[in-house]
Design a protein. Sequence first.
Length: 382
Amino acid sequence: MSAAFIVDAVRTPRARKKGRFAKIHPVDLFTYPLNEIVRRHNVDPSWVEDVLVGCVTQVGEQGWCVGRAAVLAAGWPFTVPATTINRLCGSGQQAVNFAAASIQAGQYNLVVAGGLEHMTRVPMFSDAGGEESLMLKHYHPDLVQQGLAAEILAQEFTVTREEADNFGYLSQVHAKRAHLEGRFKKSIVPIPYKDDSGNDHVLWHDDNPRHDASFETLQSLKPVFKEDGVITAGNASAIVDGAATVLLASEKALSEHNLKPRARIVSQAVVGSPPRIMLTGPIEASKQALSKANLLPHQIDVWEVNEAFAPVPLVAARALRIDQMKMNINGGGISLGHPLGATGAMLIGMAIDELERSQKRYALVTMCIGLGMGIATVLERV
Ligand SMILES: CC(C)(COP(=O)(O)OP(=O)(O)OC[C@H]1O[C@@H](n2cnc3c(N)ncnc32)[C@H](O)[C@@H]1OP(=O)(O)O)[C@@H](O)C(=O)NCCC(=O)NCCS
């Protein structure tokens, strides 16, 4: 098996919904990280054998194979193909994993993977309809949407409102520290945008975090999915717009194009989990990825467990005995936001940045996925 290396990972800032990216077409948004990842490494786009783009809501402006549209919109040669992948919230991570597997199988040498989700212009659930299937209802009559599944998870695994709010608060604290210390600077591509009066600006940092958040204000927010529930706007992932790319290469491509790798993909796993609770997939996916990597949880230095809702990383951390000082230490979906199809590619970049900052070796990125799935990737800094 050939090794799959990550040369670099870049991303747009995550912009709060209906905010700074509202006037930017999703395809145009994706062209920024697409062009930046090749520019930084003097890669001629014609060398790229495929572009794999994760995107969940593939309708309207994100329909029509948004990956291929973005390659053409970026001014790349028409000879570069692209595809768009939907593994719901795991889409961006799946794009990276598929790219890595293709390199490991010897089919590709140089690939761009990534993800895109413009949740303002193409709102979550605007592709709804599948849930009306009578057969689906027959086999899974208790299937609910993810917010209610988070309530079921909290109830069945005994996550209290206080624990969830405390996690939400820590997410804000971690994101604030990361921002103030410039920990995201390396990966972020600044995005030009126009305000309502047509004036030009540039967004160079994530604008969703609430730096003034306090535990007390979080405790005062009303549950959103269930009257006496646990999940509020302060401990659920925020709705934002964003895009990310990851450049992957085989050993052959590294030497042919004089590229320096930042990380190696060690292992990956994707699993199905009980659809009713929907959000426990990271546990089994992480176990399988760890087992393939021949590693134990304590050997992982940096954990990125997507903060879809606070109970998800809390329950995964308990089950996998994750040291919470190693988990999501630069914030996550609650504070930074969770641009569905883009998040996985962003988390992979964040994990590599953190491995380099802390001079550590292994990272594990994992996400829960709608309809009951989980995905995980183990990375090693090189
Ligand atoms: C939870 C959810 C419904 C909340 O939506 P919303 O009500 O539109 O959320 P907002 O971010 O606008 O927050 C509402 C209010 O809560 C308060 N609030 C939110 N986060 C806060 C925080 N950290 N501190 C203090 N107040 C906060 C604010 O008053 C805010 O109003 P403001 O923007 O005027 O300040 C939405 O974020 C959601 O659906 N998240 C999950 C997305 C999802 O399912 N993703 C897939 C995962 S599997």
